[in-house]
Design a protein around this ligand. Structure first.
Ligand code: UGA
Length: 430
C-alpha cells in the first residue's frame, strides 16, 4: 500500500521507517525542511536505536519525505502523528492536530476515490470523532463512508525501544465507529501481523483513545504505588526491591514496572495524566488515584534530597549529579527527575557538577550555569555527595571512581549500584 505519515517526530519517523521495512511505500510529511532533507539523505532525524539502519536501507526507495501535503493524494492512507502538548492548565493542546487535519482534508479534496485517515497521536476521548473528523470532512468535501474512512490507532512505543516495540507489539488497537475504517487498518497492518502475531482489539474511536490514556495511567500509577510502598519500606528498614521481586511473581501483579526510586518523567506520562485528569475534572470527577500518582511522583526528588541532607551539608560544596535523561537510552530530559534534583541542590547553594553520556547538551539549555563533566570520574572528583539519578550502565559500573570524592556519600535514586565498603550509601527505597 501507499502510506503517508504526517509528522516526523519519534512516533511518526518510527512508524514511517517500520512500514517501509514491512513493504509499504511510505511518504513522510513534515513542515520542517531540515527534517525532510535529513530523511531523504538516508539519515535519522531523531536518536532512536535501529532507526538509522532502517532509514538508510529504505530512503530514496520505499521511504521518501516532503513538506508538501499534496503528496497525500497519491497514497491510500494517511497517519496523523503530530504533537499533542499540554496547555498551561494541563489540558491537551490540539492546535497541531487541527492544522494537520485541515491540511489533510484540503489535500484530499481534489482526490477521486477512497482515502483513510488514521489518528496516531494521543488525543483525549472524543477528539477523533468530534473534533478532527468534522474538520477533515469539511475540508475534504466528503463524509465518512464511500469516500473517506477515519480511524484511531494509538501507539505504545517507548523511547529507546520504539522500533522493536512497533515490530513486536503486545497488541494493536483499531478504533473507529465505521466498520470500513477497521478493515482499512487490517490492510495497513497485514504485513506486520504476518511477521508478528499480536492480538487486534477492534473498538470504537473513543475507546481506542481512552485505551492509550488508561495504558499510560496504569503504568504510571503502578510505578507510583511501588514508590509509595517503597517509601514505607525505607522508613521501616525494609528493602523494597526484595519486596517487589516477590510480589512480581504473582501473575496478577507482574514483575514489570516495579522498580522504585526517583519516579517517572518523559514526554508522555506527565502530559497524558494531566490531560486525562483535566478531562475528568471537566466532568466533575477528580480522579483520586491519578492525583495521588502525581503527588507521590512529586515527592520522590524531595525525599531523595532529604536523604542527602541527613549525611552532608552541601552549601558551597561540589555535588555530583550522575545521569540527567529521564531514563537510560535517551537524551530526552523532558520532565526528567534530574531537573528537580538540580533545582533542589541550587536552592541549597551547592556547586552542581553533572554528568550524562548524551543528555548534557539538552540540559545546558535549562541549566546554563552548572558544570558539565566529561566523565563520571570527573564529576566525582572532590564531590561531597554523589546523587545517582539515571541508571546508565556506565554509572552502574562505577567503583573505585568513588574514592576520589571528598566525602564518600552516595545517594542512589535508581538502585544502580550496590552498597559497598567505604561508602556512606543510601538507597531511596531500600
Ligand atoms: C511510555 C510508555 O511505556 C509507552 O508504552 C508509551 O507509548 C509512551 O510512554 C508514550 O505514551 O508515548 P516512555 O515515556 O518512553 O514510554 O518511557 P517508559 O520506559 O515507560 O518509562 C517512563 C518513566 O518511568 C521513566 O522515567 C522511567 O525511569 C520510569 N520507570 C519505569 C520507573 O521509575 N520504574 C519502572 O519500574 C519503570
Amino acid at each position: 500500500m501507499d502510506l503517508s505519515i504526517i509528522g516526523s517526530g519519534y512516533v511518526g519517523t518510527t512508524v514511517a521507517a517500520c512500514f517501509a521495512d514491512l513493504g509499504h511505500d511510505v511518504t513522510a510529511i513534515d513542515v520542517d525542511q531540515s527534517v525532510v532533507e535529513t530523511l531523504n539523505a538516508g539519515e535519522a532525524p531523531i536518536e532512536e536505536p535501529r532507526l538509522p539502519e532502517l532509514i538508510a536501507e529504505h530512503a530514496g526507495d520505499s521511504l521518501r519525505a516532503t513538506t508538501d501535503y499534496d503528496a497525500i493524494r497519491k497514497t491510500d492512507a494517511t497517519f496523523l502523528a503530530l504533537p499533542t502538548p499540554s496547555n498551561k492548565d494541563g489540558s491537551i493542546d490540539l492546535q497541531f492536530m487541527k492544522a494537520g487535519a485541515e491540511g489533510v482534508g484540503e489535500a484530499l479534496s481534489p482526490k477521486d476515490g477512497y482515502h483513510t485517515v488514521i489518528v496516531k497521536s494521543t488525543v483525549v476521548p472524543g477528539t477523533t470523532e468530534d473534533v478532527l473528523a468534522p474538520i477533515i470532512e469539511e475540508t475534504a468535501d466528503r463524509s465518512q463512508g464511500d469516500q473517506l474512512g477515519i480511524a484511531m490507532n494509538p501507539e505504545f512505543l517507548r523511547e529507546g525501544t520504539a522500533v522493536a516495540d512497533f515490530l513486536n507489539p503486545d497488541k494493536l488497537v483499531f478504533g473507529s465507529d465505521h466498520p470500513q475504517a477497521i478493515d482499512d487498518l487490517h490492510g495497513v497492518f497485514a504485513p506486520l501481523l504476518e511477521r508478528h502475531d499480536a492480538p487486534v482489539v477492534e473498538t470504537g474511536a473513543r475507546e481506542a483513545e481512552m485505551i492509550k490514556y488508561a495504558n499510560n495511567a496504569f503504568l504510571a500509577s503502578k510505578v507510583s504505588l511501588i514508590n509509595d510502598l517503597g517509601n514505607i519500606c525505607k522508613e521501616l528498614g525494609v528493602d523494597a526491591y526484595e519486596v517487589a521481586d516477590a510480589i512480581g511473581l504473582d501473575d496478577r501483579i507482574s514483575a514489570k514496572f516495579l522498580r522504585s526510586g526517583l519516579g517517572w518523567g518523559g514526554s508522555c506520562w506527565p502530559k497524558d495524566i494531566s490531560a486525562i485528569t483535566h478531562v475528568a475534572k471537566q466532568h466533575d470527577y477528580d480522579p483520586p488515584i491519578l492525583e495521588a500518582a502525581v503527588a507521590v511522583n512529586d515527592l520522590q526528588p524531595r525525599r531523595f534530597l532529604r536523604l542527602m541532607d541527613q549525611h552532608v551539608t552541601v552549601d558551597d560544596e561540589p555535588v555530583a549529579v550522575l545521569g540527567l535523561s529521564f531514563k537510560p537510552g535517551t537524551d530526552d530530559i523532558r520532565n526528567a527527575r534530574s531537573i528537580e534534583v538540580i533545582d533542589g541542590l541550587q536552592s541549597r547553594n551547592a556547586e552542581v557538577v553533572a554528568y550524562d553520556p548524551v543528555a548534557s547538551a539538552n540540559m545546558l539549555e535549562i541549566f546554563p550555569d552548572i558544570e558539565y563533566a566529561d566523565s563520571p570520574a570527573d564529576a566525582l572528583e572532590g564531590a561531597v555527595a554523589a546523587l545517582i539519578v539515571t541508571e546508565w550502565d556506565e554509572i552502574s559500573g562505577l567503583d573505585e571512581e568513588f574514592d576520589a570524592m571528598a566525602e564518600p556519600v552516595v545517594i542512589d535514586g535508581r538502585r544502580a549500584i550496590d552498597r559497598r565498603e567505604g561508602l556512606v550509601y543510601e538507597g531511596l527505597t531500600w
